[in-house]
Design a protein around this ligand. Structure first.
Ligand code: NDP
Length: 453
């Protein structure tokens, strides 16, 4: 029998790679993992975690203003970008260290260098070291996509750079209408910048429920974000430090910073996939996998964003865990990709699980729609003009709740719990039978009596 250096070699120490490596080691496998950048991956180093810390930072200005309605006087509050970035970096370093410690404790050997696949069971490190492994796991994640043919693209930044800007820009242009574009548009606006969003379609957040898309746009515009739709850049210039963007609808926009958030692609460049015979799909060259995350090469698997299934951290973690249980735990497990709750950390936040009204209709369901738009209690005293949206998409025949959509404060926290009910196939009658918790915003979810459609 051939002997290998390791049972498992994981490429990429992010959310998926870490979970897979630790669980595999727990099942008794001899595991090594390589990371070319920083241990923790996109989520920890330059994604979910630092982003959420910046979202918190962006809420304080409006919280101070709201406080006045409750009798507080907040004078002389100022914001310091450097303090935020330094504190955020300290927390990220701590988390990265915790990831390392977790792997080391599990007995995983760590190589902090780039790894390339040279065969079905072979990996070469950038130091030149050759390693063999019975199984290789690709968990390299994704990276920002940029339209390289756009004149002046070098004057823009992506979500990779946004966490380390030398100072808070006063004016920001954001390109895109998805998660990252909208989250950063709201972060910068909350921190006081003048923000313009340029999106190619006619409504932001394609794929989300139509009411959610319209509601969020109204709220963002009410906060002073300029939303330009049906437009893309035709060219960009840097005029002595000032960035100028020209758009297809004839606008000339000026800012201190242009953030491109027009999608992400699988990080597979230079990984050696062709040589090893690993098939990819789509223009983004994601690794093609089956239900058990196995690629076209039987000894090579892939989990997380590099497979472009559902590009969310908890999904990568589940996929990594399922892979380890399947290959090393003797328990074939596939990750369930249905009814995944997700949040967009805009201000206000979006929380959503299950089908949108549009998707449910397309799927042939006859629907009962329940909707509530209301002023959150806190703002009866703060005076802020903001509204929360809650919506239930119900199958009229079976009474099953197919989708729940929330735009408002704490939507992410609420939708995690609603996700359990949806996963358990709860009906509208189950929601109605649940006692309301008063006073809360979430009580609306169990007190919607009248169909809006
Ligand atoms: P998204 O796919 O969410 O959004 C990309 C945006 O760019 C869309 O609005 C898209 O428009 C637009 N776009 C694509 N190509 C072009 C082009 N050629 N010119 C102009 N606009 C273009 O990607 P993100 O990069 O924002 O995020 C990537 C993924 O990461 C998300 O889908 C999500 O899975 C994950 N993520 C999750 C977060 C969370 O959980 N809170 C936060 C951040 C990211 P169109 O819709 O018309 O195609």
């Amino acid at each position: 029998m051939t002997s290998f250096d390791y049972d498992l070699f994981t490429i990429g120490i992010g959310s998926g790679g870490t979970r897979a490596s630790r669980i595999a080691a727990g099942h008794g496998a001899k595991v090594a993992a390589a990371e070319a950048y920083r241990i923790g991956g996109t989520c920890v180093i330059r994604g979910c975690v630092p982003k959420k810390l910046m979202v918190y930072a962006s809420h304080f200005a409006s919280d101070f203003a709201d406080a006045e309605g409750f009798g507080w006087t907040v004078k002389g509050a100022t914001f310091d970008w450097h303090t935020l970035i330094a504190n955020k970096d300290r927390e990220i370093a701590r988390l990265s260290g915790a990831y390392r410690k977790g792997l080391e404790t599990a007995g995983v050997a760590i190589f902090e260098e780039r790894a390339t696949i040279t065969g079905p069971n072979n990996v070469r490190l950038s130091s030149g070291q050759e390693i063999t492994a019975r199984t290789i796991l690709i968990a390299t994640g994704g990276k920002p996509w940029l339209p390289d043919d756009l004149p002046g693209i070098e004057h823009t930044i992506t979500s990779n750079e946004v966490f380390h800007l030398p100072k808070l820009p006063k004016r920001v242009i954001v390109a895109g209408g998805g998660y990252i574009a909208l989250e950063f548009a709201c972060i910068f606006r909350g921190l006081g910048a003048e923000v313009t969003l340029v999106y190619r379609g006619d409504q932001i957040l394609r794929g989300f429920d139509g009411d959610v898309r319209a509601h969020l746009r109204r709220e963002m515009e009410a906060k002073g974000i300029r939303v330009i739709t049906n437009a893309v850049f035709t060219g960009l210039e840097d005029k002595g430090g000032e960035k100028v963007a020209y758009t297809t609808n004839g606008l000339e926009l000026r800012a201190d910073c242009i953030l491109m958030a027009v999608g992400r692609v699988a990080d597979t460049d230079g990984l050696g996939l062709e040589r090893a015979g690993v098939e990819t799909v789509g223009e983004g060259r994601a690794v093609k996998v089956d239900h058990f995350s196995r690629s076209s090469v039987p000894s090579i698997y892939a989990v997380g964003d590099v497979t472009n299934r559902i590009n969310l951290t908890p999904v990568a973690i589940r996929e990594g865990h399922a892979f380890a249980d399947t290959v090393f735990g003797g328990k074939p497990t596939s990750c369930d990709h249905s009814d995944v709750p997700t949040a967009v950390f805009t201000t206000p936040e979006i929380g959503t699980v299950g089908l949108s009204e549009e998707m449910a209709r397309k799927g042939g369901h006859s629907l009962a729609i329940y909707k509530s738009v209301f002023r959150p209690m806190k703002h009866t005293l703060s005076g802020r003009e903001t509204r929360t949206l809650m919506k239930l998409v119900v199958d009229a025949q079976s009474d099953r709740v197919l989708g729940c959509h929330i735009v408002g404060a704490d939507a992410a926290e609420m939708i995690q719990c609603v996700g359990i009910a949806i996963k358990m196939k709860a009906t509208k009658a189950d929601f109605d039978a649940t006692m309301a918790l008063h006073p809360s915003a979430a009580e609306e979810l169990v007190t919607m009596r009248t169909r809006s459609a």
